[in-house]
Design a binder for this molecule. Structure first.
Ligand code: FAD
Length: 512
């Protein structure tokens, strides 16, 4: 029998669960980390952003976790932990394709959009090979001498107001019994507490409707080279378009390509369910090849590619969106990716998760055993739900404008305005930063998003908006985001090639 007594049990040892465990220990409470799987294991959700790195940096400094600091930029990561595989991510790149035709480059880059997030490779964001990153972090938990129970199935839960939790299950053939006063659910899509407590599903409120077919591949050719061969003016690009969260926009879908520096590439097609409903009679392999067959320039990147040994096959999801409307209880809290998820389109997942960990850990640090604990947990809940709602508004508007690239480009500026405003505000705050992810607590910005979305709807309902209508929309977005446009977004003279938009990095730690 394995018996563990902890203050806080953390279920799920993805990067979020492990990081939370390390922080709980630094706060002075006793954690135990439980996962039903064993590392290394395949996981998806790989493309970080400047916000993710700012928050990770602050967490590492605030909670005295210096070994995590190198993970906040490509240069220091690669130099310090070369065996933990990652890739360079200089920003976002988008290319829109016509079905049945090769990509035809436009001299003015009208069918491309590049937004630079980092000044150079050394300071760039990263693509996280999650099997490596998650294993590294769980090893950090072990290194700190903290209890980790992997390959452990919790089959019974009992929660009492006075005592907290008793979790029972087994690790192989050995029975396990854990007592903990509080439970943090970091099981993500598996949603341990959603299932065991029967939390109410609120996915009907989410506008985005998408599903995905994805895997890891070897031998994916660089789009940069293909584009150059097609006559694209790649010299105009502010960074190599492969060192990016690369988006190929298709008809009612988009395809991501993320490159790691070990020759492995993550790729997946994310499909608008409304336009292309799931057909279970079609295998994931056939569906993947059908998408490639429609887009010859994208297909050419995969002509010699094979699925990587891990995960060894294509994976297909059901609807990606999830959301519950109760995120905390007296003795428990869900991390953001367990409370809900919208879509990979704008790489919001890792950053949102890190923002959630920061907020929840402050509550635990300040209010544990204080009468304000329940009300502070509710504030955490409100933050997570507001952030999910905003992400959905941003993403669903992008989906609505697929096939109308000028509208998509203009609408996506809402996201870049939110992300860069958040970065600037965070960096300008020398004390603790309390703002919500992507400025979700800024009423004026939320109104702008609603207004722009309202103007978008009739345009996307129109078969093909005229150039004049598209130009009006662009000007309206430019005017609307002006108070939040600190980095020269919506600049017609940039020709869809945005040079450095980042707010920079901290030179020292936050004052805490
Ligand atoms: C298709 C797709 C693409 C994505 N792309 C991006 C991207 O490019 N950028 C980005 O920022 N975000 C992306 N995301 C979001 C990203 O995946 C999440 O933000 C991230 O994985 C959250 O990490 P986590 O540790 O909270 O959860 P997870 O990574 O989901 O980890 C959950 C852990 O819980 C464990 N577990 C499950 N059930 C149990 C149980 N019953 N008991 C114990 N343990 C259990 C699992 O084994 C796993 O280790 C993507 C998501 C999807 C679905």
């Amino acid at each position: 029998m394995i018996e563990v007594a902890a203050d806080i049990a953390i279920l799920g040892s993805g990067f979020a669960g492990s990081l939370t465990t390390l922080i709980v220990d630094r706060i002075g409470l006793t954690p135990v980390l439980i996962d039903r799987a064993r590392h290394p294991r395949f996981a998806i959700g790989e493309s970080s952003t400047p916000i993710a790195n700012l928050v990770l940096d602050d967490l590492a400094r605030r909670y005295d976790l210096p070994r995590l600091l190198p993970l906040t930029a490509y240069g220091s990561w690669h130099a310090t932990y070369p065996s933990v595989v990652c890739g360079v991510k200089r920003g976002f790149s988008f290319f829109t394709h016509e079905a049945g035709q090769p990509f035809v480059p436009d001299a003015a880059h009208a069918n491309e959009l590049l937004v630079t997030a980092n000044s150079d490779d050394e300071h760039s964001d990263t693509q996280w090979l999650r099997s490596d990153v998650d294993r590294f972090l769980v090893q950090e938990v072990e290194r700190a001498g903290l209890r980790v129970l992997d390959e452990t199935d919790i089959t019974e839960t009992d929660v009492r107001d006075s005592d907290g939790w008793i979790l029972r299950g087994h690790r192989g053939a050995t029975p396990v019994s854990i007592t903990a006063r509080f439970l943090i659910d970091a099981t993500g899509e598996a949603g341990f507490l959603r299932r065991s407590l029967g939390l109410t599903d609120d996915v009907s409120s989410v506008r985005t409707r998408s599903r995905a077919v994805y895997s890891h591949f070897v031998g994916v050719e660089p789009w940069h080279d293909r584009l150059a061969a097609l006559g694209g003016r790649v010299a105009d690009h502010p960074f190599c378009c492969d060192d990016a969260a690369q988006h190929h926009v298709l008809d009612g879908a988009w395809l991501w390509i993320l490159r790691f520096n070990n020759g492995v590439t993550s790729a997946g097609v994310v499909i608008d369910e409304g336009r292309h409903p799931d057909d279970p009679s079609v295998s994931p392999e056939r569906e993947w090849h059908e998408w490639l067959d429609r887009y010859p320039s994208v297909a050419s990147l995969f002509r010699h590619a094979t699925v990587a040994q891990t995960p060894g096959a294509l994976r297909r999801t059901g609807r990606l969106q999830r959301r519950v409307n109760t995120v905390v209880g007296r003795h428990w809290a869900l991390l953001p990716h367990t409370a809900g998820f919208v879509d990979p389109l704008l790489s919001t997942g890792i950053a949102h998760t890190l923002c959630g960990i920061e907020r929840l850990m402050r509550v635990v640090e300040r209010c544990w055993e204080d009468e304000s604990f329940p009300s502070e947990l509710r504030r955490y809940e409100a933050a997570v739900l507001a952030e999910l709602t905003l992400i959905d508004e941003l993403v669903s508007g992008c989906y609505a404008s697929f096939g109308r690239f000028r509208l998509l480009t203009a609408y996506s500026m809402l996201y870049f305005a939110a992300a860069t405003s958040y970065e600037h505000q965070r960096l300008a705050t020398h004390d603790e930063f309390h703002g919500l992810f992507l400025c979700a607590d800024d009423g004026a910005f939320r109104q702008v998003v609603r207004d722009v979305r309202n103007q978008l709807t009739p345009l996307v309902d129109t078969h093909a908006p005229s150039p004049a209508q598209a130009a009006d929309f662009e000007r309206m977005v430019e005017r609307s985001i002006a108070p939040f446009n600190l980095v020269g977004l919506c600049d017609a003279s940039a020709g869809n090639m945005y040079r450095y938009t980042g707010a920079g990095r901290r030179r020292d730690g936050p004052r805490v």
